[in-house]
Design a protein around this ligand. Structure first.
Ligand SMILES: [Zn+2]
Length: 223
């Protein structure tokens, strides 16, 4: 049969008479009009396809009759990423190559998106966990200032952490010798400072080491 080479073949749905056949696509309405709305062979009333009375069926060449695959196919790679993309690709491949390739590309994009998302989640989890850890080791001592006057060192201690640090939990060393501070008592509250005095009749370079519950601070002072 030659008809498969024709762009369009329109037949009567009742008797099968070829109403139009040609390379040029013709609107169905125009074909119906040319027969005055009736099949010349069986007298069946003709109406365009899609209407309740399917008197006319348009039959195009096989490639053109295959319907576009449903957009619902996109859900496959969206939910199953590359696996869904590959499944969709092999199912659709023979019907619509380009659509099949698109499913595959979406599958690849989805796996990249999932990969990036896992990194973001890991980052959030890390920040959350380190935040908890940080609050547990929140007794961070630092020396804001240390100066010598009249042979006595005055040191400004700061608590950079989130928890109160009792002075009794801090050990003071002056030239590697444990020294009891004076002028400070109680505790250093978070984000606040305390001034302690150390030694007497000091001269020359003094090495100050202050050891807190979770860290130590060192400073050299000239007297
Ligand atoms: Zn007919």
């Amino acid at each position: 049969m030659e008809e498969q080479f024709d762009a369009q073949t329109v037949r009567c749905s009742k008797c099968g008479k070829v109403l139009y056949q040609g390379m040029d696509l013709k609107p169905i309405d125009e074909i119906i009009k040319s027969y005055n709305g009736k099949c010349p062979q069986c007298g069946k009333a003709l109406s365009p396809p899609g209407m309740t009375d399917k008197a006319v069926t348009a039959k195009e060449t096989p490639e053109k009759t295959t319907k576009k695959p449903s957009r619902l196919w996109y859900l496959l790679p969206i939910f199953l990423n590359i696996i869904g993309g590959v499944i969709g690709y092999f199912i659709i491949r023979n019907r619509d190559r380009k659509f099949a390739e698109r499913l595959l590309i979406i599958g690849i994009i989805m796996i990249v998106v999932a990969w990036i998302a896992s990194f973001v989640f890991a980052g959030i989890a890390y920040m959350y966990i380190s935040g908890i850890m940080g609050s547990k080791t929140g007794k961070l001592i630092s020396i804001l200032d240390a100066s010598c006057s009249d042979g006595i060192i005055n040191v400004v201690l700061s608590n950079e952490g989130t928890e109160s640090i009792p002075i009794s939990s801090i050990t003071f060393f002056l030239n590697q010798q444990e020294t009891i501070p004076s002028g400070c008592s109680g505790s250093v509250e978070p984000l606040s400072t305390v001034v302690c005095s150390l030694g007497n009749n000091l001269s020359g370079e003094q090495v100050l080491l202050i050891s807190g519950p979770s860290n130590a601070a060192r400073e050299s002072v000239f007297c």
